[in-house]
Design a protein around this ligand. Structure first.
Ligand code: ZN
Length: 296
């Protein structure tokens, strides 16, 4: 039985699943003080082991960041410079050592990318990029079932876009001011227009400005990774009509420069919403556990 934890800033989703990633039991636990949150997580897994008469074989964690994701580093599985001070330095490995099974830790967006690659990609060998646009902007890339990374997980949400026409907002990233996240995350939209994108009327210029920035991200991801599919998830993407605007603008930015069947038909099959909806995160955590189980 696989264990999974999707650890978010306000809540953690925990689940146990079969080897085919079908969920057997699931619960939601508020993210409060680490001691309290881990006590609830441990009791969920113990209960699940008792109820289903089988032990955990591995635990996968898809965590809010920044988090150490390099298994060769001493900070692997440790929460790094998060604004949630009580969680700084918290180690998933230590807190979950009770079960004596491998604990695999990656970012929430990488977890979601892995889950979408398993369930939404046409071919196992396909490269898929998953983008979340919410409180922050993050991108995970999976190539033939493996998550790509360097000395750290990628931080493509912080690329520097070209200014959208008519946008004079200074940006709110504490590190870069007007990087992509500083201009196009959920909090940037609220700071600029006082409302979320879904609450602004369809003819408000916010929709075109937001779509412009996200189309620039799609353009960059396409040039850098040539994926077969880009999945756009997160709260901001729930705004009506946004994905259509992004497709139209991205097609203009791409300008036919790169050619592949994946890019045909107006990017309809290239830029999509998550096939797993809001379940990408927890299924991603379980997929991380499964990958370790297989000795990968
Ligand atoms: Zn930034």
């Amino acid at each position: 039985m696989l264990g999974g934890i999707e650890a978010g800033g306000t809540k953690c989703v925990v689940a146990v699943a079969d080897d085919d990633l079908s969920i057997i039991a699931q619960a939601t636990i508020p993210t409060t003080a680490p001691v309290e949150t881990f006590a609830s997580i441990l009791s969920f897994f113990e209960q699940a082991q008792n109820d289903h008469g089988s032990g955990l074989t591995a635990i996968g964690v898809a965590s809010f960041g920044p988090v150490g994701v390099d298994p060769a580093s001493s900070s692997y599985g440790e929460i790094l410079e998060t604004p949630k001070l009580a969680w700084r330095g918290v180690s998933y490995q230590d807190r979950l050592s009770h079960f004596g099974v491998p604990v695999v830790v990656d970012t929430d967006v990488n977890g979601a990318a892995l889950a979408e690659q398993i369930f939404a990609a046409t071919e196992v060998s396909d490269t898929l990029a998953y983008v979340t646009v919410g409180t922050g902007i993050g991108v995970g890339v999976v190539q033939a079932g493996k998550l790509l990374s360097g000395f750290s997980h990628f931080e493509m949400g912080h690329i520097l876009p070209r200014r959208a026409e008519g946008d004079t907002f200074e940006g709110l990233c504490p590190s870069h001011d007007d990087c992509l996240e500083g201009l196009a995350s959920g909090p940037a939209i609220k700071a600029r227009w006082g409302q979320s994108l879904s609450d602004l009327s369809a003819d408000h210029p916010a929709h075109d400005i937001e779509a412009d920035y996200l189309a620039q991200l799609v353009h960059s991801i396409t040039l850098m990774h040539a994926p077969h599919k880009i999945v756009l998830g997160g709260g901001v993407m729930k705004a009506e009509g946004l994905i259509e605007r992004i497709r139209a603008k991205a097609e203009r930015y791409l300008a036919g420069y790169m050619k592949h069947a994946a890019l045909d038909t107006g990017l309809q099959n290239y830029i999509t919403k998550p096939k797993l909806g809001d379940k990408s995160g927890i299924i991603g955590a379980l997929a991380l556990a499964r990958a370790s189980d297989a000795g990968e």
